[in-house]
Design a protein around this ligand. Structure first.
Ligand code: SF4
Length: 92
């Protein structure tokens, strides 16, 4: 899905009404999910006092990194933003 990944790199979609990325409930996060705390360029991921990883997707830049990194762990649920909703612009 090269085209899809390129689109995600070039768009910034704001959809605060419906967070499009969810972390599924877990006891212990995978190494991939834990890494997102440091890897997410928008700082959306954090680890709580129990060691579980949480996401606040408000500042998400749709870079797609978490989706790629955790694609095999099943811990991240990615929903595409509603069509026509949000602000789209290119940066860079
Ligand atoms: Fe962070 Fe990118 Fe995932 Fe958004 S898509 S939560 S900016 S890693």
């Amino acid at each position: 899905d090269d085209v899809e990944n390129r689109l995600f790199q070039n768009r910034y979609v704001v959809d605060t009404g419906k967070p499009h990325i969810h972390v599924t409930p877990h006891e212990t996060p995978s190494e991939e999910l834990k890494a997102m705390v440091h890897v997410c360029p928008a700082g959306c991921y954090s680890q709580n006092e129990h060691g579980q990883v949480e996401i606040v997707a408000d500042g998400c830049m749709e870079c797609g990194t978490c989706r790629v990194v955790c694609q095999n762990t099943g811990e991240i649920e990615w929903n595409y933003p509603r069509g026509g909703f949000g602000v789209l612009f290119k940066f860079g």
